[in-house]
Design a protein around this ligand. Structure first.
Ligand SMILES: N[C@@H](CCC(=O)N[C@@H](CS)C(=O)NCC(=O)O)C(=O)O
Length: 217
């Protein structure tokens, strides 16, 4: 069995790279960039017809499994390469699995596009190309959604749990933090959601995230 993750770390590929690193897996990293047409070659389109990274290729005894969509890649790695032992990021029960699935789908649908707008127009793009009005509108839409997360984290902490889905850091935290982290340049939003900010900081300080982030790209 061998696992290959295609995509540079400075992209959504960080999600499967982080998951594999949390689990201490041996894997091949093919740091394919998303710029310059690298994802549009016939070879790559045969792997992912959308022409996007990440792609995970899992060579298994029963045959090759190809996964694309970054959240699916991270969830797949946790489910099929981790031990449900109550220590790893892998869900141990139907309840934990449901938490990982619902929060991952939620963050992609409710937060990802707006969080990316905040990141690009508050931080990443050259100042002269930023459009603060786009970031303002994105932050307005994000506000009620992050309140949902903040209330959930408050309820978790009320029962002594600092994580999203279980008493330990799981793939649910990984998937959601990888998106909500993009909204960190939205200072007012972060001030309004202090539990969320502290939770993101804890997730991003994890050695596995730091190690995955330092991979090529
Ligand atoms: N929903 C997809 C989005 C993937 C995506 O847009 N990837 C970007 C890099 S972060 C990409 O490959 N862009 C290349 C292109 O659009 O040509 C996922 O989560 O995997």
């Amino acid at each position: 069995m061998s696992l290959t993750i295609h995509g540079i770390a400075a992209s959504r590929s960080i999600r499967p790279l982080w998951a594999a690193t949390e689990l201490g897996l041996t894997f091949q990293h093919h740091p394919l960039p998303y710029q310059g047409g690298a994802t549009r070659t016939p070879e790559f389109l045969a792997l992912n017809p959308n022409g996007h990274i990440p792609v995970v290729v899992d060579a298994r005894e029963e045959g090759e499994v190809v996964v694309w969509e970054s959240m699916a890649c991270a969830l797949y790695i946790a489910r099929h390469h981790g031990q449900p032992d109550g220590h790893s990021i892998t869900p141990t029960s139907a309840r934990e699995d449901a938490e990982a699935l619902r929060w991952s789908f939620w963050v992609v649908n409710a937060c990802e596009a707006d969080a990316l707008t905040v990141l690009m127009h508050r931080l990443v793009m050259p100042v002269e190309r930023r459009k603060p009005e786009l970031a303002d509108a994105a932050e307005k839409r994000l506000a009620p959604r992050l309140e949902v997360l903040e209330r959930h984290l408050a309820a978790q902490q009320a029962v002594g749990c600092p994580h999203l889905a279980a008493e330990r850091f799981t793939v649910a935290d990984l998937c959601v933090a990888s998106v909500v982290n993009w909204a960190r340049p939205a200072r007012a939003l972060m001030q309004a959601n202090p539990l969320t900010l502290r939770w993101i900081e804890r997730c991003m300080a994890r050695p596995a995230y730091q190690k995955a982030k330092a991979l090529p790209g």
